[in-house]
Design a protein around this ligand. Structure first.
Ligand code: NAD
Length: 476
């Protein structure tokens, strides 16, 4: 078993102990990782603060070139990182319609390249005989990044690259169950970046590292991706020194299918949107509203997809869905399935754990269910989709918006003008037409309502790693 260290101030740091990281496809450990604590957060913040003045003054072109080298590094280590991601997260190497570890590393490379190439030019507000007013974007200082377990490397890249591009230094904390690929990336990146610019601190559950970062007076901004309850705690802890926040939190995305679509033609797309990465993606389709005229036909088609999808160890060729990432998440999915059944919902497929080692669960389609049940109202984050019948479009929009989350949403129809108008009525940060969950590095992405604060990606996302300085120069 390999052991992975923290990296602080450009050096490997092993901590007083190590802990095991489990492969969710087998339930057995496959790697050991250094177990840090709050003292390592202090050391990492000190290193990042020390590195900040030189890094923030490094000429733009030079920082861009170094970020380009990070993309090359990810490319050169793609196979190794893919394997580590599959072993720690359970997601297949290739996966359902290509959504797996290969896409995660490929996405990390694409986001690094595109974000590295962005700029936030000086804006001139006024330039006349009286004065010149310029708006400058300045880095904030030290950014604390806290990541979840579902797309560990790609989300770390989404945090780290814009922070570095804007001239900040970073202290990164991965989820305790998936620290390995991220630790390896930071170790490699420190062969390129100056010491202290990118640090990683790792700890077990209960190590207090996350809350130490959230409350640390030496950190200027937190970028957090994870659950809404944890996001609220971080927001509270961050208030002490008024840290800037980007919070990418839970989602419970609705999709609405209009009566004019062919169930056979869209079933695979809907299934992919809901079940890729076993439903463990923030912007998975998590509630599907279907017009009554095609309800049974679409339920049947989705059930066929669920029965035929290949579930197995993500390291094996042809696997489309792996296990859930952890046993706790499998229990959540099981209790939502049991609750739906006890309320009279129809389980068209699945509903049970798969009897084998690891944290597998049968892909589950649930019909005859409505808003007001936990499987519809709460984020399931697993391979179980509630399909809800509706009569008219106003009712469907109201049901979709009847939720505290507002990350994404989608409308499915051949009438593009109508679908686009309906999409605009969804209370969410991204609305898709005939698609769900597709993101790209130049289009802003973020949640409204309790799905978050702020956006990531593109120049809107980059701006969140800066403060504005207005410079007014009098001319007489
Ligand atoms: P989580 O909130 O349990 O954990 C996320 C991270 O926060 C982990 O690193 C964890 O160690 C850390 N953490 C836990 N308690 C903390 C505290 N008190 N202070 C600081 N840090 C703390 O989330 P998870 O279960 O790892 O991830 C799943 C959730 O993430 C889902 O709700 C999903 O929708 C959401 N998510 C959102 C997006 C998005 O872009 N909106 C993307 C991916 C995942």
């Amino acid at each position: 078993m390999n052991t992975y260290d923290m990296t602080i101030n450009g050096r490997a740091v092993s901590g007083a102990a190590t802990f095991e990281v489990v492969n969710p496809a087998t339930g057995a450990p496959f790697a050991r990782v250094a177990a840090g604590d709050a003292s390592h957060v202090d050391a990492a913040v000190k290193a990042a603060r020390t590195a900040f003045p030189a890094w923030s003054r490094t000429p733009d072109g030079q920082r861009q070139a170094l970020i380009g080298q990070l993309a090359d590094l990810l490319e050169a280590h793609m196979a190794e990182l893919m394997e580590l991601l599959t072993l720690e997260s359970g997601k297949p190497l290739i996966g359902l319609d290509g959504i797996g570890s290969q896409m995660e590393v490929g996405g990390a490379i694409a986001w690094t390249r595109v974000t590295g190439g962005l700029s936030l030019p000086v804006e001139v507000i006024q330039d006349n005989a009286e004065a010149r007013i310029e708006v400058h974007r300045k880095p904030l200082g030290v950014v604390g990044s806290i990541t979840p377990w579902n797309w560990p490397l790609m989300i770390a890249i989404w945090h780290v690259i814009p922070a570095l591009r804007a001239g900040n230094t970073v202290v990164l904390k991965p989820a305790e169950v998936t620290p390995v690929a991220t630790a390896r990336f930071v170790e490699l990146a420190n062969g390129i970046l100056p010491p202290g610019v990118l640090n990683i601190v790792i700890g077990t559950h209960g190590s207090g590292i996350g809350s130490a970062i959230a409350g640390h007076p030496g950190i200027d901004k937190i970028v957090f991706t994870g659950s809404t309850p944890t996001g609220k705690k971080i927001m509270g802890a961050a208030a002490n020194n008024l840290k800037r926040l980007t919070l990418e939190l839970g989602g419970n995305d609705a999709g609405i299918v209009l009566p004019d679509v062919d169930p056979k033609a869209i079933a695979r797309k809907l299934f992919k949107a809901a079940f890729h990465n076993n439903g463990q993606t923030c912007a998975c389709l998590k509630r599907l509203y279907v017009h009554e005229s095609i309800y049974e036909a679409l339920c049947d088609e989705l059930a066929i997809q669920a029965r035929t999808v290949v579930v197995g160890d993500g390291m094996a060729d042809g696997t489309e869905l792996g296990p859930l990432q952890n046993e706790e998440q499998r229990q959540i999915v099981q209790s939502l399935a049991d609750n739906a059944k006890s309320r009279g919902a129809r389980l068209l497929t699945g509903g049970r754990a798969i009897a084998r080692a690891g944290y597998f669960f049968e892909p589950t389609i649930v019909a005859d269910i409505s808003n007001g049940t936990p499987l519809v109202d709460e984020e399931q984050f697993g391979p179980i989709l509630p399909v809800i019948k509706y009569r008219d479009l106003d009712e469907a929009i109201a049901l979709a918006n009847d939720n505290p989350n507002g990350l994404g949403g989608s409308i499915w129809s051949n009438d593009i003008a109508l679908a686009t108008a309906l999409a605009r009525r969804l209370e969410c940060g991204t609305a898709w037409v005939n698609e769900h969950g597709a993101i790209q590095p130049d289009a802003p992405f973020g949640g409204v309502k309790q799905s978050g604060i702020g956006v990531e990606f593109g120049h809107y996302g980059l701006a969140e790693y800066t403060s504005i300085q207005t410079v007014k120069v009098m001319k007489n």
